[in-house]
Design a protein around this ligand. Structure first.
Ligand SMILES: [Cu+2]
Length: 304
């Protein structure tokens, strides 16, 4: 009755569904059965029944639902935690949503629209962004759904068996989200290595290697005036080894330099000022396209 369960955690999600469904069906039938019984049994009864109290009954109808609800929470929590904890060394699939299509970018440089080939039996981290409005990346066969939100990155992951799966946009608040269909072609690892093709989109900027493009932007946008690549601090901190490390900020917070942090540091530098530096970096909001920001982040990531 449910769609094929094609990701590693789909059975855990289905278990929660069936438990909740089963409990709901059981109590629905029980209540309807009593309802029908009482309606028939007391249909001619005019006398007022004496008041009835039972401490045992009250304890039972408090404790039993409590145990059931906590049980549902426990199962749901277990499935949720698996979905949020991305395994190390995952294959990073960048997905950018736009009115009205999905743009995919794989670590080996494939760029494509509405169709992507990815390896099977490999943890795949989906890093979502949006160029315009909120979209929602939904793969029913994986039991996976995550919003793509303009101005930030969100993530989800899956490990799928080989097959061809449909991606839907589950954000139904605009004209054509429901037509944003894409296909994930999950193929065995060896076949993936063979099928890796150069970009399917010939368009100028989008098919460029993001790391090389990011390096070029680092120079043309003047980042090199303040940021070195060799670890020596200048006007600003060196970008070498930044990604994935912890950064101590002026206001005492310690944050992890992930994609969102780097994005914010570029677009709105005074939001997180690095300890020991003056807030002199100009904000780049509005000066870089979404693709350029992604390229700069890919470049900074490569500086390990
Ligand atoms: Cu959409």
């Amino acid at each position: 009755m449910l769609p094929e369960a094609a990701s590693s955690y789909a059975p855990a999600v289905d278990r929660v569904f069936w438990v909740i469904f089963g409990l709901s069906a059981f109590f629905f039938l029980l209540i309807v059965a009593f309802l029908v019984y009482f309606v028939l049994r007391y249909r001619n009864n005019r006398e007022v029944l004496p008041a009835f109290e039972s401490v045992h009954l009250e304890i039972a109808w408090t404790v039993i639902p409590f145990v059931l609800v906590i049980g549902i929470f426990y199962l749901g929590w277990k499935a949720f935690v698996i979905q949020r904890a991305v395994p190390e060394q995952a294959f990073e699939l960048q997905v950018n949503a736009r009115q009205w299509l999905w743009e995919f970018r794989t670590p080996d440089g494939q760029v494509s629209v509405n169709r992507v080939v990815i390896p099977a039996d490999t943890p795949v981290k989906v890093i979502l962004s949006s160029s315009d409005v909120i979209h929602s990346f939904y793969v029913p066969a994986f039991r996976m759904k995550m919003d793509a939100v303009p101005g930030r990155y969100t993530y989800a992951w899956f490990e799928a068996k080989p097959g061809t799966y449909t991606v839907l946009c589950a954000e139904y608040c605009g004209a054509a989200h429901s037509r944003m269909l894409a296909t994930l072609e999950v193929v065995p690892k060896e076949e993936y290595e063979k099928r890796k093709q150069p970009s399917a989109v010939p368009a100028a900027a989008t098919s460029r290697d993001p790391v090389a493009w990011g390096r070029e932007l680092y120079e043309t946008k003047g980042c090199n005036a303040c940021h070195s690549l060799d670890g020596t601090p200048g006007v600003g901190p060196s970008l070498k080894g930044l990604f994935g490390h912890e950064v101590r900020l002026q206001d005492g917070r310690v944050v992890k330099a992930d994609e969102n942090y780097i994005r914010r540091s570029i677009l709105d530098p005074t939001a997180d000022v690095v300890e020991g530096f003056n807030p002199v970096m100009p904000p780049f909001a509005g000066l870089l396209s979404e693709e350029e920001i992604n390229a700069l982040i890919a470049f900074i990531k490569s500086l390990q």
